[in-house]
Every structure is written in C-alpha cells, then in structure tokens.
Write a protein that binds this ligand. Structure first.
Ligand code: GLN
Length: 195
C-alpha cells in the first residue's frame, strides 16, 4: 500500500514526517506515473490556486480528480480541503477544484483580522485536538453524505472544520504543524487501511 503526498506546492515535508511518525511510509508524488501508482493521497496546505494551476500545467489535474472521485483514500488539509470541495464560495476567479467532497467550502473564511489563530477543538472520536488555522477555509454547506468531525462556533453559528465523506477526509486546520499526529493516524487507520 503506497501513500503519496501531492508535491506541487505546500507543506509536503510536514505531512510526510507526520505520517512517518505514525509508522507509515509516504512519498512525495508529482508525476502521472507516481500518482497512478498510489493507494492513498494527501493534499497539503499551501495555496489552492497555485496547486490547481500546477496540476493543470503538468497535465495531472484530470488524473488526480478522477482518482479521487473513483474512491482513492484522500486527505486534504486547508488548501487541500479547498481542492476537494465540489463548490467554492469566494474562490479566485475561475478557480478549479479536484472535487469529490459534496460540500461548498468558503475560502479564507475566517477573515483578514484573524488570518491565523489556534484553538482547541472537540474532534469526533479523538477528543480535544489543538488546531492551527492559517488563512483557513470552512465548510459552508454540506449534504447528508458528509459527516462533521469537528466545528468552530462563531457568534453562535457552528462552522464545520473537519469533515469526512467515505474515503475523503478534509480539515481546515493543519495537524501536520503541531506534532500531534492523531488526525493522520485517523486517516491511516479509518480510511487508508480500511478501504
Ligand atoms: N488560503 C489558502 C488557499 O486559498 C489556504 C491556506 C493554507 O493552506 N494554509 O489556498
């Protein structure tokens, strides 16, 4: 079983070391041969427009999108969540996503004043998780196929920041930056190894 981290842009190394800490061998993937050969994919945090444009220009976009939609176990953090959304709110003009997750995601949802912040979340099945948000998205709307694993409440409104739909996991925050690898372990045991 091969797990790849999409290595076009973003915090690829941090995801690889979080996975290594869980005892999983993961490699950076950036060619169509590499992407065709993996059994699971991580889309890192970074800049979603850049990752999508690079995927287009290296002719990887349809391959990645197709594999995710066919059920490839996939986890996206932050920009990765944006890239997994079927629909975007406040995306850049013409911004494309790989899709697969039946949600509408609001890009840069927390606003300029709170570009980056940290908080403790109650993550379903994991308990309290310290979460780092950097120009993060949230899930604006979702359908019944999507399970909410964690949310942030602002002014009495709950905004999902961790969701799962079958083989796809997405978080608005960056567990790869905190040294707490429970979210990666959740992906590996509940999704990657069980599909
Ligand atoms: N705001 C970034 C984007 O739109 C995501 C930020 C992140 O991944 N930390 O891609």
């Amino acid at each position: 079983m091969k797990l790849g981290v999409l290595a076009l842009q973003g915090d690829v190394r941090e995801h690889i070391s979080a996975l290594n800490d869980c005892g999983v061998d993961a490699r950076p993937v950036r060619t169509s041969a590499e992407i065709s050969s993996i059994d699971g994919l991580i889309i890192p945090g970074g800049e979603s427009t850049t990752i999508a444009k690079l995927a287009r220009s290296f002719d990887l976009f349809d391959l990645i999108s197709g594999r995710i939609r066919e059920g490839l176990p996939t986890y996206g953090s932050c920009a990765g969540m944006i890239l997994l959304a079927n629909e975007l709110v406040d995306g850049a003009e013409g911004q494309e996503t790989f899709g697969g997750l039946d949600v509408k995601v609001r890009r840069n949802a927390f606003g300029r004043q709170v570009d980056s912040f940290e908080t403790d979340l109650d993550f379903l099945g994991l308990g309290s998780v310290h979460a780092v948000f950097i120009r993060a998205p949230w899930v604006e709307t979702l359908n019944s196929r999507v399970e909410v694993l964690a949310a942030v409440e602002i002014d009495g409104v709950s905004h999902p920041v961790a969701v799962r739909q079958k083989s796809i996991l997405a978080t608005s925050f960056h567990p790869e930056l905190t040294g707490d690898n429970r979210v990666h372990r959740y992906f590996v045991t509940e999704i990657f190894h069980s599909s």
